[in-house]
Design a protein around this ligand. Sequence first.
Ligand SMILES: [Zn+2]
Length: 203
Amino acid sequence: MAAEALDQLIRLLAKLPGLGPRSARRAALFLLRHREGLMVQLAGALRAAAAEVHPCSLCGNLDGADPCRICTDPRRTSDQILVVEDVDDLWAMERGGLFRGRYHVLGGTLSALAGIGPEDLGIERLLGRIERDEVAEVVLATGVTVDGQTTAHYVAERIARLAERDHPVRVTRLAHGLPVGGELNYLDEGTLEAALRARQSVA
Ligand SMILES: [Zn+2]
């Protein structure tokens, strides 16, 4: 029988994405065998990240500063916003240095099934930024899933209504050719760059 602390460790590890009970046991063993070199350092890194890393109140990116370093970077243009589902999609764009505007992280997609509505995705916050920062273009880069498409359609519609009563905003989508059901963060940089360069206006 494993000790209580070990049981607890395995139970928690098994909650990580991609890890079942079997791989959680393997990971726990590995950690215990690399106690000083890895386990203690990992414990410290977890504690520090939990205390210091938070969502940016403007864009939803995860960072140690709020607003995040992307939102406050003066070299980036504030008149373009790229809308992504999640922070790892933002990271995928940033890895390739593909985009020099700012981001808006929805934190998911609209989903009737999961009970996720516009208010859960910070869409009002996005509309507020568009007005305040006089954003000229919003690039919709949600996934090519049913929920991702529904969300993009909804956001485009809300922006169109906004644009009618104020300044015009160009709404674009990443070019087609992305694999169906594909998520941004699984795409290589070349594919992402091509999709961004060939982005198309939403009617
Ligand atoms: Zn930010």
